[in-house]
Design a protein around this ligand. Structure first.
Ligand code: HEC
Length: 98
């Protein structure tokens, strides 16, 4: 019984990390594989940012209310189809990058 529960937990952990990297894939072109680049040479380097700060930024772009460097429209297109859970997951992932 214990063994069954453990393997279910392990399988769901693997699933979570795989989808976080999948969610980040479209971001690589502009922000870099480790979020070490400025997006299109404009944004800050976001690797290791606080989870809350990333979530706030992504929700701002999604809502169309954030436009720090005049390129908010570019980011709006990137995050428009993400739901809150996916945004949270992406933020946690970027927070672990350095
Ligand atoms: C086509 C290039 C491009 C792609 C792809 C892209 N970004 Fe961006 N990103 C930008 C630009 C340009 C900005 C600055 C926007 C502005 O003017 O506020 C930015 C800003 C940001 C910021 C805020 C940085 C700051 O300085 O405040 C975060 C966080 C971010 N992007 C995360 C992501 C995530 C997560 C993805 C993938 C879902 C992604 N970006 C995909 C170009 C891109």
């Amino acid at each position: 019984m214990k063994k069954v529960i453990l393997s279910v937990v392990a399988a769901s952990l693997v699933a979570v990390s795989a989808s976080a990297t999948d969610l980040y894939k479209p971001c690589v072109a502009c922000h870099g594989a480790k979020a070490e680049k400025k997006g299109l040479g404009k944004s800050e380097i976001i690797a290791g940012w606080d989870v809350a700060k990333i979530v706030e930024s992504l929700k701002g772009y999604k809502a169309g209310t954030l436009n720090k460097y005049g390129m908010g429209g570019v980011m709006k297109g990137q995050v428009a189809k993400l739901n809150d859970a996916q945004i949270e997951e992406l933020a946690k992932y970027i927070n672990t990058l350095k």
